[in-house]
Design a protein around this ligand. Sequence first.
Ligand SMILES: NC(=O)c1ccc[n+]([C@@H]2O[C@H](COP(=O)([O-])OP(=O)(O)OC[C@H]3O[C@@H](n4cnc5c(N)ncnc54)[C@H](O)[C@@H]3O)[C@@H](O)[C@H]2O)c1
Length: 285
Amino acid sequence: MSGTVFRTRSFAPSVSIVTGGGSGIGRAIATELARRGSHVVVADLDGARAKQVADDLGERGSAAEVDVVDAEAVQALVAQTAERHGRLDIMANNAGVAIGGLLEELDERHWAKALDVNLRGVINGVSAAYPVMSAQRSGHILNTASLAGLIPAPAMLPYTTTKHAVVGLSTALRAEAASRGVRVSVLCPAFVDTPLLDEVYAAPASFGGGSSVRSRVRLMQPRFLTAELVAARAVDGLASNKAVIPVGWLAHTLWRLNRYAPPVARGLVQAQVSAHRRLSRPSSS
Ligand SMILES: NC(=O)c1ccc[n+]([C@@H]2O[C@H](COP(=O)([O-])OP(=O)(O)OC[C@H]3O[C@@H](n4cnc5c(N)ncnc54)[C@H](O)[C@@H]3O)[C@@H](O)[C@H]2O)c1
């Protein structure tokens, strides 16, 4: 059997869970998985948004109000899904929050929020899904990290710290999981047009009194990616079992630069900090 035939036949998910599925990238991944034939449990902290997305998916969708920080709740979500549908093919650990600001502006709240949702939330999803998938000797875990998990992303240290951790967790688990028949991929998009860009958690002063990162992000990436494009690439990446799924020209370019020309990448990152400080000056002086 050729590798291509194997990959094509093996990608027919019938049951998926998407956390953070009520909005943005999660909603688009849920929609794409449903379009490709999976039943999708749309899980989100915001139960009403999860229900709206699930309703949009019709018979292929169901909703769950779940806080990914709550390990027991995530365990219950996975157990109930596997019991009700008899299996779990895809666990998309996607819920996340935006944290921005210079180190001197950040306090324990910022670090706790990032570590709880962006890292602990992924660990909880992985820990719940892996035993189920190991037992059935199949399944695919998709963790949403970010371009900020592949390169140093200044002025958002808690965010880049947790996203690097998610890349490390995912690529290391991929090696452990292979012999159990479980696949692991990590999604690393550049900037995507979702509400996350307007909802920086407890935005510090260098954001000029607002909580949007759009104006700063546009300096690096004038046109945002759409959530639908990211979801299509993500699911293609699952079908071809890619380890790391970067999305967008900025992600591909900076990831390569960081590996093959690190001094150039460091120069660009330094320029990004300078731009952030320049934009912050009127409100922080
Ligand atoms: N938007 C971007 O530019 C971008 C780029 C790269 C990576 N990402 C990552 O993509 C993922 C999705 O982000 P998005 O842009 O779609 O944001 P979004 O704000 O549109 O959606 C995030 C969803 O996660 C949910 N959520 C937040 N905390 C939760 C919790 N504790 N438990 C359960 N659900 C929770 C929110 O209610 C929301 O529905 C995040 O992990 C984010 O870090 C986003």
